[in-house]
Design a protein around this ligand. Structure first.
Ligand SMILES: *Cc1c(COP(=O)(O)O)cnc(C)c1O
Length: 350
């Protein structure tokens, strides 16, 4: 599944569909409508564990959604009622697992604890046509150990509940490549997950699912920003904390940067101010650029396909931008690139 949240642009949703991705993790009724409108034949899975009653009903009755996640008895009852006690549901019980190996935690908000899980699995089994167990190890997991530990927990919950499980969904969290972050190779994640899956007390026909967002789209887009002013080693640019650089500001994420005009000046560390009037519109970086960067220059900020354009607001009026489809390589890649598989990159110009 592709987690639509990471980048809901129609272009990437169609690109992924053309590339063979048929299942989409949607979290709101607007994401359900969006993907259904673009891809009438896609399978949609509503993986937000706390949903509005009317969203469940519309998803089930109008958009053919059959897979829902939950982490409480209340949500289970809500899904059962809102679907008219449907007999064709795939219900995925979300377990709370550690985010210790990840850069962004998803450990507090959702997920049944290991103590709550057995009773919830039993109750969901009664209401489900197919029963799944899901979790999220946090975004940008740096080591396969995250999945190994989570799957050990899942295994214990299944054994305690004594239920038949049809789906193990290891969620998202697969990493991409950013400055200062050096995740284990993707294949190591897959190998570890397959080994852990094989050791699970589940039937031969059980399915292994995942829901990556970041790893499928981080490389898809760059943002081109313009330098409006330079003050020492701080650069004022025309995108920022309330735009596609939310993560650069709020969680001090570093993105690769590249000055578009050539320069032989020495590499120097800069921080950025965004365009709004807010002090918080600040990105510490450091972002490494040639020392002679100046007002009027354009900078490519790379690896912004995930949680970049998806996070943009119109705050202070700074929302204008132009999207251009290009086909050059991303600034970094977690995948082996061959001549025959060029990447498609969207650039947004503010
Ligand atoms: C955000 C989210 C994802 C995608 O996470 P990434 O870290 O981008 O891979 C997948 N599943 C759920 C339930 C999520 O909330």
């Amino acid at each position: 599944m592709y987690a639509v949240k990471a980048n809901p642009s129609p272009e990437i949703i169609r690109t992924l569909w053309d590339g063979g991705i048929t299942h989409f993790d949607v979290a709101s009724i607007n994401e359900v409508r969006l993907v259904r409108g673009l891809l009438p034949e896609a399978t949609l899975c509503f993986m937000h564990p706390v949903k509005a009653r009317e969203a469940i009903s519309e998803a089930y009755f109008e958009h053919g959604v059959r897979t829902f996640s939950l982490d409480s008895h209340e949500e289970l009852e809500k899904i059962v009622e809102a679907t008219g006690r449907a007999s064709d549901l795939t219900l995925c019980v979300r377990l709370r697992v550690s985010s210790a190996h990840s850069k962004l935690s998803l450990a507090s908000k959702f997920g049944a604890s290991i103590d709550e899980a057995p009773a919830l699995l039993l109750a969901a089994r009664q209401a489900a046509d197919a029963l799944g167990v899901c979790f999220h190890v946090g975004s940008q997991a740096m080591s396969p150990q995250a999945y190994i530990e989570a799957m050990t927990l899942v295994r214990a919950a299944i054994v305690q509940a004594g239920v038949t499980v049809d789906v193990v969904d290891v969620g998202g969290g697969f990493p991409s490549i950013y400055p200062g972050m050096d995740p284990a190779p993707m294949q190591m994640f897959f190998d570890s997950i397959h080994r852990a899956f094989e050791a699970m007390p589940i039937s031969y026909s059980a399915e292994l699912w995942c829901e990556p967002g970041r790893a499928l789209c981080a490389e898809y887009a760059s943002v081109l920003v313009r330098v409006e002013r330079r003050k020492g080693d701080v650069i004022y640019i025309n995108d920022g904390a309330y735009g596609s650089l939310f993560d650069a500001a709020h969680v001090a994420w570093r993105f690769p940067v590249n000055l578009l005009r050539g320069s032989t000046s020495a590499a120097t560390e800069f921080s950025f101010y965004g365009p709004t009037c807010d002090d918080m519109d600040y990105m510490a970086g450091p972002f490494v650029l040639p020392a002679d960067v100046k007002a009027g220059d354009y900078i490519e900020v790379g690896m912004l396909g995930a949680y970049g354009a998806a996070m943009r607001t119109a705050f202070n009026g700074f929302v204008n931008g132009e999207t251009v489809i290009v086909t050059d390589e991303p600034m970094a890649s977690a995948y082996a690139v061959t001549e025959s598989t060029p990447h498609s990159v969207t650039a947004i110009r503010n």
